[in-house]
Ligand binder design. Structure first.
Ligand code: GCU
Length: 355
């Protein structure tokens, strides 16, 4: 299967070094913005965080939990949405996971809060629909406060959630308890797609974690296995996640000037870890693994190792953390669970002190 060339510049030259890569990365972002997710507006000048409530004794008293409203001036008014911030009570600067979550609860089945904190991480959680709703309503919250189109394309909801996460980061970087050099964005499924797109664009995230993100996330569109989701299906059922141009490829995948290794590649040379679940055919674990293989070139041309692992399908329980792209295949269904978190925490700890 021939995929579009990740390292071929628009002028036909090949990327040979880190400097060329920086040019190519911008071209790749342009392609993905124009063809898949849509362009986003400029960042606001100032993002404010207002602490609404503090629980000083959460996670066995090892941490503090703050409920914070993030707000900023948008084109048509003010945008404001809540986040939760868990901070270890250790007086240090802590590496942080920013989790895009499916539900608004402070404690939730998608993250083992206490275990994450006890491992020395801070954790910020944003409920994605507090940024804007997960439907075709483009008047809701953030969506309603901006134009529909930038640079000629409409931005889809994935772009909006990703851009919202970058606004959360704007605020988090003002906090003295956060190690600004070691911030990760993480999400599961549609929010795994969102985390990837967020990190691809926003280089302030040194780490990106994609859990079961599948179609339009970490899985290649041109390589699909049995019962995997396709562009034809995702654009029919969830059209508002993407920009209009993406729909042209529903029945025409071969004509796409990109594939999802462009999305992973745009994170290079930073750290990326992809997790799949063995029973999650819809997200297509093996296609996700192959996408890691294909994206590796972007790391190699920068003098780093990308995915260090086999081309053959991983076995259940396999985990590859050698290179700057990690990958694991966990037993079980489509879910972001403790087993995945243990992998992501181990990956981050291993890489944190690397140059
Ligand atoms: C649907 C969708 C997937 C998505 C998933 C989820 O199944 O088709 O692309 O990843 O929802 O977000 O849970």
């Amino acid at each position: 299967m021939k995929l579009p060339a990740l390292l071929k510049l628009n002028d036909g030259r090949w990327v040979e070094n880190g400097e060329d890569w920086r040019v190519r990365r911008q071209e790749i972002l342009d392609i993905l913005r124009r063809e898949e997710y849509g362009y986003s507006p400029e960042a606001p000048e100032r993002v404010k965080g207002t602490v609404r409530a503090v629980d000083k004794k959460c996670c066995s008293g090892h941490a503090r939990l703050e409920s914070i409203d993030i707000s900023f001036a948008a084109e048509k008014g003010e945008v404001s949405f809540p986040i939760k911030l868990f901070i270890p009570e250790n007086g240090k600067k802590n590496p942080l996971f920013l989790l895009l979550n499916f539900r608004p609860d402070a404690y939730d089945m998608y993250f083992p809060a206490e275990e994450i904190l006890d491992n020395g991480f801070a954790l910020a959680v944003v409920y994605y629909q507090d940024i804007t709703s997960d439907n075709g309503d483009f008047t809701d919250k953030l969506a309603g406060m901006y134009r529909r189109k930038y640079d000629g394309t409409d931005w889809g909801k994935i772009s909006m959630w990703a851009w919202g996460a970058s606004r959360v980061l704007d605020y988090l970087l003002t906090r003295s308890e956060v190690d600004s050099e070691n911030v990760a964005v993480i999400g599961h499924s549609r929010l795994g797609k969102t985390a990837l797109w967020c990190a691809a664009q926003d280089e302030r995230f040194r780490f990106a974690f994609s859990n079961d993100s599948g179609c339009a996330g970490a899985a290649l569109e041109r390589i699909k296995h049995e019962n995997a989701e396709t562009i034809e299906s995702i654009t029919r059922v969830l059209p508002y996640w993407f920009c209009e141009n993406y729909h042209r490829y529903a029945k025409n995948v071969e004509s796409m000037p990109f594939d999802q290794h462009f999305l992973l590649g745009a994170i290079a040379p930073r750290f990326l870890c992809v997790g799949s679940a063995s029973l999650d055919a819809w997200a297509d674990p093996y296609s996700e693994q192959l996408c890691c293989c294909e994206a590796s070139q972007a790391w190699e041309v920068n003098g780093h190792m990308g995915f260090v692992g086999p081309k053959e399908s991983a076995h259940i329980g396999d985990s590859f953390h050698e290179g700057n792209i990690g990958y694991h295949l966990r037993d079980g269904i489509h879910f972001l669970g403790r087993t995945d978190w243990l992998q992501y925490m181990a990956f981050m700890k291993k890489k944190i002190n690397k140059k």
